[in-house]
Design a protein around this ligand. Structure first.
Ligand code: NAG
Ligand code: NAG
Length: 377
């Protein structure tokens, strides 16, 4: 009885899984298996200036599966631009999911790790930083201040950045970034299948002009108190307050409350036009990667454009999810090896007396100079 029940449940689970996968519309899926070079066009952008970087087709230095390759930036101080075409589609009345994985093996200190969706007709051989795009999404790191996920919509030639902060991952392992844009003008941003941000396209971007503006004719009443905080009239002195020595900071002694703040009256903005279709791009047709990298080593893989967040979730589990533990183990192993090598290098520096290299001679000369200048002191 029990057995029959669980096998029925299993059978049902299979039906549900197949049904949900069958409903997914996949516009583009790239695992970078054999033949990927026929699907992607490397741009000539920056080639003339010798500033176009080469992509390395590899699984990287630490990986769960050496045969599971992606494309990695391989030269420092270079621009990168590559794109792939898919059958044109509109996301009107459809959920749009853009997902990919990225691994910054170089310990990225300044560079992008984002991808773009482009519309209409594009000369892929000329794809570059100035090529208009529809959506840009993914991590961007520069120094200590920029460590965020970009989510940009382009409308009428203007780029609209998300107004909320979405921190990105900063380690040297693979992470999956997912952007979901729904026909009810809501969105979600996920990292490794966990939702990091969600909300409305209306409030989290300034795509449309504001609905309300401050009334330019509104006047502040003359007797208005401009202090933002006033003493709380309900507040009572704590018992024994007068016995407390004055030197002790009396943080709790008096509570303040937020006063009414003068807000200029809002009025409807005449130029505001509501648009329930701000999420729509009627002719999406390319996915592109366009980056500047100071230090190379960023590896892209498993790019997906579809209409089904559940399908995307499974795709991420089957790729990144399946491999992440083994990749972490390989990374830890590589770090251990590096530590040992560094320790060995230090040892060699100490006791390579009989080595007769030019470098050794140079460093001896330097040492002599240094000690000579010390002697003078
Ligand atoms: C490509 O990546 C592999 C693995 O990290 C590395 O051994 C190789 O040197 C790289 N090739 C180039 C041209 O950067
Ligand atoms: C005035 O505006 C501020 C911020 O814009 C808001 O927090 C506050 O609640 C408003 N005050 C009133 C009385 O509407």
């Amino acid at each position: 009885m029990v057995i029959r029940r669980s096998s029925l449940a299993a059978a049902l689970a299979v039906v549900v899984a197949v049904a949900s996968v069958a409903s997914a519309e996949v516009f583009f899926e790239e695992r970078f298996s054999d033949g990927w070079e026929n699907r992607w066009v490397k741009s000539d952008w920056k080639k003339e200036d010798n500033m176009a970087g080469e992509w390395n087709y590899t699984s990287g230095k630490w990986t769960a599966d050496a045969e599971d390759k992606g494309i990695q930036t391989s030269e420092d101080y270079r621009f990168y631009a590559i794109s792939a075409e898919f059958p044109e589609f509109s996301n009107k009345e459809k959920t749009l999911v853009l997902q990919f994985s990225v691994k910054h093996e170089q310990k990225l200190d300044c560079g992008g790790g984002y991808i773009k969706l482009l519309s209409g007709d594009i000369d892929q051989k000329k794809f570059g930083g100035d090529t208009p795009y529809s959506i840009m999404f993914g991590p961007d790191i520069c120094g200590y201040t920029t460590k965020k996920v970009h989510a940009i919509f382009t409308r009428d030639g203007k780029n609209h950045l998300i107004k909320k902060e979405v921190p990105c991952e900063t380690d040297q392992l693979t992470h999956v970034y997912t952007f979901v844009v729904r026909p009810d003008d809501t969105y979600s941003i996920l990292i490794d299948n966990n939702e990091k941000q969600t909300g409305s396209l209306y409030s989290d971007w300034d795509i449309l002009p504001p609905k309300q503006i401050k009334d330019p004719d509104a006047k502040k009443p003359e007797d208005w108190d401009d202090n933002e905080y006033i003493p709380d009239p309900e507040d009572k002195k704590p018992e024994g307050y007068d016995d407390i020595p004055k030197e002790i900071p009396d943080t709790d002694a008096k509570k303040y409350i937020l006063s009414r703040r003068w807000n200029l009256t809002s009025i409807p903005f005449a130029d505001f036009k509501d648009d329930p279709y701000i999420y729509v791009y009627p002719n999406l047709r390319y996915v592109g990667i366009e980056l500047w990298q100071v230090k190379s080593g960023t590896l892209f893989d498993n790019i997906l454009v579809c209409n089904d967040p559940e399908y995307a979730k499974k795709f991420a589990e089957e790729t990144w999810g399946k491999n992440k533990d083994a990749e972490k183990a390989a990374f830890d192993e590589a770090e251990k090896k590096k530590d040992v090598e560094e320790a060995n290098d230090d040892d060699e520096d100490l006791d390579d007396e009989d080595e007769d290299s030019d470098a050794k001679v140079d460093s001896d000369a330097e040492e002599e100079q240094e000690s000579a200048s010390h002697d003078e002191l």
